[in-house]
Design a protein around this ligand. Structure first.
Ligand SMILES: Nc1ncnc2c1ncn2[C@@H]1O[C@H](COP(=O)(O)OP(=O)(O)OP(=O)(O)O)[C@@H](O)[C@H]1O
Ligand SMILES: [Mg+2]
Length: 471
């Protein structure tokens, strides 16, 4: 069944209120009538008691009767045989009391009942009737009983009044309940609709939506979670956009990077095919082709490597590595690059330091960072330093190069990022993948990497490797 939320709320509130009021009114009327009847009965028993209590004379009875007559109360006294002894009637009168009632009266029990007769106009007339036994003073034997009766129609009149009043109150509060339920339901529905509208806008790609909320109830918490969800969505959307942007630039860069060596290789191959390259130049051409091919391979490999690390397809082979030896090897590897540069590379304080890492990957990390330092420094110094910390090893790579702005630092870990596109195509071959790979590898080692940099002053990368794995 399709029922709008507003009506669900509205009918829900209304049903509860109406039900509550109905139950209250019914029990009030019922209870009111019952207690009124009880009090009439009690009064009648009191009359009966006062009549039997003392040694009442006939005259006294007459006086009492006169007093009670005004209230519509009449009483009759019967002897133990059930014969009427008061008031005196000319004819014999026997009480028509059921035998089992008589038995009960003889045991001293009081009886009460409501009788209904029709009055002269045919309207039902209810009477409260009580039977009260009395006993002989001396012998204490059952001596007869007294009946006292009083009409109770006034109670019904009172009840009718009460019902009318309650009905009016019911009507009034029903109207109030309808108005209040409608207001409250509208309020709740508006809150839900606000969320709905916002969700719709988000679905349309509007991520700047924020809902106000006061932390009062579940809908407020929902709004708060909604806000969180939207900012998370916004962030990942931005991330996706950034990645997409980088991918596009990378594709352009890669195409650009690939086109040059491929054209070179193609030209050289053509020359060889038609034998237009002089014999002396042939070896040089082949060298050139190999160099260009290596560049292409590097580009492809680095991309593959990055993807593999990212998708957890790399397993680290961790071991204890004497850093001094590793640094020697790196120095050896960098020799040509250092020689060709205008920089000085100083490697110090690695004696007796043992690091727990994957040998090849650690080397890859350090080479990448040192290469970057060399690449972005001119006529400067690069200092690579080792340090033992409380729970691991710290290695820092400090250069006196061009540095980076804070804005740039935020993005350097991203794939394909190059602070300055014009730096593309230096002789070290840039793809903007170096630091992205470094970061993934550092993470795999459960190590941390930090960077401090100042434009035109220099940059320091600091990596801290834990040695908890050793224990
Ligand atoms: N030591 C440094 N000094 C100044 N800028 C740096 C330094 N290291 C990295 N950067 C900046 O961060 C960018 C990203 O570096 P990353 O190593 O990821 O890429 P790349 O060196 O440009 O290319 P690749 O390493 O893939 O050949 C660099 O282009 C550069 O702008
Ligand atoms: Mg690099």
């Amino acid at each position: 069944m399709k029922l709008p939320y507003f009506y669900q709320q509205f009918l829900g509130f209304l049903a509860v209120i109406v039900l509550l009021m109905t139950v209250t009114i019914i029990s009030l009327v019922h209870f009111g009538r019952e207690s009124a009847l009880r009090s009439v009965e009690n009064r009648l028993f009191q009359y009966a008691e006062s009549v039997t209590d003392e040694n009442i004379k006939y005259d006294d009875l007459l006086t009492i009767q006169q007093l009670l007559n005004d209230q519509g109360v009449s009483f009759f006294v019967f002897d133990e045989q059930g014969a009427l002894i008061y008031p005196f009637l000319s004819s014999e009168f026997e009480a028509r009391v059921a035998p089992e009632y008589v038995d009960r009266l003889q045991t001293g029990e009081n009886l009460s009942l409501i009788t209904s007769q029709e009055d002269m106009l045919g309207n039902p007339r209810e009477t409260s009737l009580i039977y009260s036994p009395y006993f002989d003073e001396q012998s204490g034997e059952y001596a007869g009983f007294i009946t006292v009766s009083s009409p109770v129609s006034h109670i019904d009149a009172q009840m009718d009044d009460l019902k009318e009043n309650l009905f009016n109150a019911f009507l009034l509060s029903a109207i109030l309940a309808i108005i209040m339920s409608a207001i409250f339901a509208r309020y709740q529905v508006n809150r839900v609709n606000r969320l709905r509208k916002a969700a719709h806008q988000v679905a349309e790609g509007e991520y700047s939506i924020r809902l106000d909320h006061k932390e009062r109830d579940e809908i407020d918490y929902l709004s708060r979670d909604f806000n969180r969800m939207v900012s998370a969505l916004k962030q990942s959307q931005e991330e996706v956009n950034r990645q997409e942007e980088r991918r596009k630039t990378f594709m352009q860069d890669a195409a650009h990077e690939m086109r040059t060596p491929l054209t070179t290789i193609n030209g050289l191959l053509e020359g060889l095919e038609y034998d237009v390259i002089p014999e002396k130049q042939k070896l040089r051409s082949i060298h050139l082709m190999r160099k260009e091919t290596r560049r292409l391979i590097r580009l492809v490999n680095e991309n593959m490597d990055y993807e593999n690390i990212r998708s957890n397809r790399i397993v680290l082979n961790k071991q204890s590595i004497p850093l001094e030896e590793l640094m020697e090897e790196i120095k050896e590897q960098m020799r040509d690059m250092v020689r060709d540069s205008t920089n000085k590379l100083i490697i110090q304080d690695f004696e007796e330091l043992i690091i727990y890492a994957d040998y090849d990957r650690l080397k890859q990390i350090l080479v990448n960072l040192i290469k970057n330092a060399m690449q972005f420094t001119h006529h400067g110094t690069i200092i690579v330093k080792g340090n033992k910390t409380a729970d691991g090893i710290r290695i820092s790579i400090k250069d006196t190069g061009i540095g980076m702005s804070e804005e740039e630092i935020r993005f350097i870990w991203e794939r394909y990022f190059k602070a300055d596109s014009s730096r593309v195509n230096t002789k070290y071959g840039e793809s903007g993948l170096g630091l992205a790979i470094v970061q993934q590898l550092v993470e795999l080692h459960k190590a941390t990497i930090e960077v401090e940099s100042e434009v035109d002053k220099g940059t320091t990368f600091t990596i801290e490797f834990p040695d908890t794995d050793l224990m």
